[in-house]
Design a protein around this ligand. Structure first.
Ligand code: TXA
Ligand code: MG
Length: 364
């Protein structure tokens, strides 16, 4: 099937909304990453999402909601808050009031209208109210929840532009609405709220954990990382991955000692062209450092810079360019700060990387 990239004019939004009503899929921009949207109450549409993405059916989908709907009004329909304590309800209300619309997904006990296919049979449902005006315009037009995973093939890098969606899904879907580059660049934070009010972080993302903890005035529980039947399969330890091997260094490039540079060179000897992902503020100095320690190797640099917001926004596009370029091995350094968005960036790099065969740093 031909895939069209459409600017989000009123005519194209109407066309996309009609396609969704008919059970077809539409890729839509959100503030986090592009989503592959389908009618959330249409079993056939949801089944098509799994098929198009080649996504295993054990990995549940997020339902996206139009702005203005009130969670209380969805009780008994999309969610079932009957077991929620008054304190848990208050906590939920304040999260919604503060962070919706925005990059926070809430996992709550599911209500009777939610398809089992959407939740992979789990008793909970993931809900999110995206802030992007094009996603909202589409939701307002269809007035049903849209099931929308990231618009990539399973396990691959999430797309942050219409062109990246095209690279992933051309020929498989009719329309991609082009809303420009995503402003956040990382997927939403997935937070589970239990009936007793316990908040558990299932996936770090666009809203930093510390922001949620400060808002709630308590620490978030952390879900165990598991490859078996993870509670948030975005938590699969290999995910968000480029097709080329990516090695994540334990320290920043500018902290490597001469003998560690040498070790790195030896271990990558069969690769004549390296892709380098860095958070350095000084791309020039980094290039000189490579030229000094690694004369002759061909290099492609993607320098995200130290600012976590800008780095998050550019991360997936940079990895995608490195993946499509001539390098045969990708090397990444950890972000300079591992709190805030740096924590979510590090999470994505860990999942994108293959385990290093031997530890780089000799014990000192
Ligand atoms: O930012 C985002 O969240 C993007 C945009 C398009 O909204 N969507 C996205 O969807 O990242 P997806 O399907 O790629 O990731 C959804 C994550 C998965 O890790 C999934 O396992 C988890 O949410 N999830 C969904 N329903 C869940 C549930 N009931 N319990 C636990 N985890 C759930
Ligand atoms: Mg995804």
């Amino acid at each position: 099937m031909p895939t069209q990239i459409l600017p989000p004019t009123p005519e194209h939004l109407a066309l996309a909304a009609e396609a969704l009503r008919q059970g077809q899929l539409v890729a839509m921009p959100t503030e986090t990453v592009y989503g592959l949207a389908g009618h959330g109450f249409n079993e056939q549409a949801v089944a098509t999402i799994f098929a198009v993405k080649e996504r295993p059916r054990f990995d549940p989908l997020i339902l996206h909601l139009p702005a203005g709907v009130c969670l209380e009004a969805l009780d008994g329909e999309l969610v079932d808050l009957s077991a929620f304590t008054a304190a848990a309800r208050a906590r939920l209300g304040s999260l919604v009031d503060t962070f919706w619309p925005g990059p926070l997904t809430l996992v709550l006990p599911k209500g009777p209208r939610v398809l089992d296919l959407v939740t992979s049979g789990l008793p909970t449902v993931a809900l999110r109210m995206p802030a992007h005006p094009v996603a909202q315009a589409l939701l307002q037009a269809v007035q049903v929840p849209l099931a929308a995973p990231s618009a990539n093939r399973f396990g691959r890098l999430s797309p942050t532009s219409a062109q990246a969606v095209y690279a992933e899904l051309a020929g498989r879907i009719p329309y991609i609405l082009d809303g420009g580059e995503c402003s956040v660049g990382l997927e939403s934070t997935v937070l589970k709220l239990s009936p007793d009010g316990t908040p558990t972080l299932l996936r770090p993302g666009g809203i930093p954990r510390e922001v949620l903890e400060a808002h709630l005035g308590l620490p978030l529980q952390t879900a165990p990382d598991s490859n078996l039947r993870p509670e948030a399969p975005g938590g699969l330890s290999s995910h968000y991955a480029p097709t080329k091997p990516l090695w994540l260094l334990p320290v920043a490039f500018d902290q490597l000692r001469p003998e560690e540079w040498q070790r790195l060179r030896q271990e990558t000897a069969e690769h004549a062209h390296l892709g380098v992902l860095s958070f350095s503020a000084d791309a020039q100095a980094l290039a000189e450092s490579f030229a000094h320690h690694w004369p002759g190797v061909a290099l492609t640099f993607e320098c995200l810079g130290p600012d976590p917001t800008a780095a998050a926004r550019a991360l997936f596009a940079s990895l995608r360019r490195l993946d499509e370029g001539a390098a045969t091995l990708l090397l990444a350094e950890p972000p300079p700060v591992l709190t805030g968005l740096g924590y979510a960036i590090m999470d994505r790099l860990r999942r994108a990387s293959k385990p290093w065969k031997t530890p780089l740093l000799s014990p000192s």
